[in-house]
Design a protein. Structure first.
Length: 327
């Protein structure tokens, strides 16, 4: 029962999308350094300060990807053609890349090319009907629009972009960079119980009963209800979700099969794993060094200190935490 409640609580927290995040130990997560607002979604995009007058090439795509400022996430290329330029975006392994095109023959060639690269699912291609983009709201971090003979539907592009997301739209004369600003009705969750006072009450105006699953990430079950819960803390800010998780063997409580604690960072809007850092100095062996490995005496007991849930604080583009208990 406790595992079920914990999992439901975790999914509800994700679906509320008032959970976003930051970075660990003062390292910048690579968010855009400037705020750009789209003033018009019809006709010519008015935000042309970052116009790139370059040919359609791997080099220009790499430059735009770098200038977007993200260190990972979901990138989509609309009008991918044979997929060779799209594939170059997956070289560093930090992004999940998907190419869209209306030409089925071109998509088939792109898929064959992707299989030859053996990128383990990080690069995919999909035929598109040219109407609605095949993504839920607030999912895509970076979108490249290079669709020959089709005017960009800015309403649709902005719908699928996650807050702080970037769209590069190719029109006559070059590329326009357009960003989606952070909605004022979405709050952050920077402490374990929202703020330093542990009020548990945010200013988010969108939180409510969930209507769909935005994304799901494993494990589906905690290790066992007979030992301490495997989710230690969870905070969020600036589009990143952070939590400390035990990924040890599920269903095995014997300490000879040790815990596997990690500090995990995911994109809050699409769930893509951005990075993971091991935390070997965490768990009951660190919390209670006097306890012996005798299931007859400690199964069902909770020896976890109350303050382990409160070791993380997200503040803008930073996450402050200890990487071991008592550090």
């Amino acid at each position: 029962m406790y595992q079920t409640i914990l999992r439901i609580s975790f999914i509800l927290a994700v679906l509320a999308i008032n959970l976003r995040g930051s970075i660990v130990s003062g390292i910048s997560p690579g968010l855009p350094t400037e705020t750009e607002k789209v003033r018009s979604y019809s006709g010519i995009i008015e935000d042309s300060d970052n116009l790139i007058n370059e040919a359609f090439s791997v080099e220009s795509f790499g430059q735009m990807l770098k200038e977007s400022g993200f260190g990972g996430g979901l990138a989509v290329h609309v009008g991918c053609g044979d997929g060779k330029v799209t594939a170059a975006l997956a070289d560093d392994g930090k992004f999940i890349i998907q190419g869209l095109d209306t030409d089925l023959m071109g998509i088939n060639r792109a898929r064959e090319f992707a299989r030859s690269l053996e990128l383990d699912g990080r690069l995919t291609f999909r035929q598109w009907d040219g109407n609605l983009l095949p993504y839920t709201d607030n999912l895509v971090n970076i979108l490249f629009w290079e669709m020959q003979g089709a005017e960009p539907d800015m309403d649709e592009i902005m719908r699928v972009l996650a807050p702080n997301g970037i769209a590069w739209v190719k029109q006559s004369g070059g590329w326009n960079r357009v960003s989606k600003s952070w909605p004022g009705d979405i709050d952050e969750w920077p402490h374990f119980r929202y703020d330093a006072g542990s009020t548990g009450a945010s200013g988010d105006q969108r939180v409510g009963p969930p209507k769909h699953i935005q994304w799901e990430a494993g494990p589906r079950y905690m290790r066992s209800h007979e030992i301490e819960t495997g989710l230690s803390s969870i905070v969020s800010a600036s589009g990143r979700l952070y939590y400390i998780l035990d990924e040890g063997p599920i269903g095995i409580t014997d300490a000879r099969f040790p815990a596997k604690w990690s500090l995990v960072c995911r994109d809050a809007f699409n769930g893509i794993l951005l990075w993971k850092r091991p935390m070997p100095g965490w768990g009951w062996q660190a919390w209670n060094r006097e306890r012996v490995n005798d299931p007859n005496t400690w199964l069902g007991l909770r020896t976890r200190p109350a303050d382990v849930d409160r070791v993380m604080v997200a503040d803008g583009n930073y996450l402050y935490t200890t990487l071991s208990f008592g550090a």
